[in-house]
Design a protein around this ligand. Sequence first.
Ligand code: NDP
Ligand code: GDR
Length: 371
Amino acid sequence: MKKIALITGVTGQDGAYLTELLLKKGYEVHGIKRRASSFNTQRIDHLYQDPHIENRNLFLHYGDMTDTSNLIRIIQEVKPDEIYNLAAMSHVHVSFETPEYTANVDGLGTLRLLEAIRILNLEKKTKIYQASTSELYGKVQEVPQTETTPFYPRSPYGVAKMYAYWITVNYREAYNLFACNGILFNHESPIRGETFVTRKITRAVSKIALGLQEKIYLGNLDAQRDWGHAKDYVRMMWMILQADTPEDWVIATGKTTKVRDFVKMAFKEVGVEIEFKGEGEKEKGYIKSCSNAEFNLEIGKEVVAIDPHYYRPTEVDLLIGDATKAKEKLGWVPEFTLQDLVKDMMENDVKLMKKEIYLKKGGHDILNNYE
Ligand code: NDP
Ligand code: GDR
């Protein structure tokens, strides 16, 4: 018998990689996507199956984490063995502007799924994974952060996810659900959303190298993050639901890097060395050397500047996770280093920007030509 999985947030970075993984494992995968005024399934289009063929194993359903009856109906129809709750308003900075919506989707949305399992009497059948986050740790209480480190969230996103974390624990204890939190530290990839800092950097550096952009504006360059590759992390989501007992797990690389150093690493991938001068809002990044003849970059050119607009009202300064439990009990071994991740993202974005130049030359400006 095929196992059946339901993924909320199937159109996001993790949803796409997880769908790919579960299909390879022979699952029947159901995903919930939102209705949008333009296509939002680009990350899973390569997995699309014509609805008219037999033996399909990928099905998409329209839905929303704020719509209780819709979620109950989908779960009733699908009767999943495993639910992966990945849907969220996942941008920390944006959550300061949409705090109530974030609480509704990220906090109450999780409750809606847990209640649906109960209402439909699926407690014994359906396991559920909750996408918890290192943002729960927020203001530094302990380094490195483990499953027992106290939480101190620093954004409406973090607070909403804290509700989701504890309601998952509570339903596990109260109703014996196989409900687990994966406390995942930042994970990135070539399909990372374009407004998260890593992808913003790799896209901009590719454009700067190819002469499509002058400079990049960033916020807090001193923030430190424990960055891993999303492919390693979605594998762990699956492993968490295959464990003997439902538990909560930290997933992280155990290494932390400043945003400033990520910028340097991205430029290095295209043969460019960057030096930073100045402090605070006046800090700037300049080209120190360029060993790649393909890119015609002027030495001394200013390519990084600060825009305080990107500072957050409250910041999470330092994240570094300890995934010993996951490694020892579940045998998780990440395959990608940070260097591999930066290379993967840069190769992808340079290719993407070259495609843009090629199309522009042919008269097709995909970004600016809407007539
Ligand atoms: P993305 O932002 O890439 O994807 C979020 C997904 O949620 C998208 O499919 C989005 O749909 C969907 N979504 C947003 N709002 C709703 C809603 N109201 N109803 C239904 N679906 C909705 O996030 P990631 O893939 O990076 O992250 C997956 C999950 O893991 C999230 O919950 C995130 O908070 C959490 N997380 C992520 C980490 C990371 O570093 N990536 C680390 C720790 C936790 P659409 O495509 O239409 O916008
Ligand atoms: P984060 O990721 O907030 O950790 O949440 P993001 O990439 O947005 O920020 C990381 C750090 O970089 C600093 N920063 C900037 N951030 C953005 N987005 N844009 C900038 O220009 C910029 N300049 C500096 C930020 O201040 C921050 O310190 C991500 C999301 O995926 C969450 O959903 C997830 O839960 C956590 O990771 C773990």
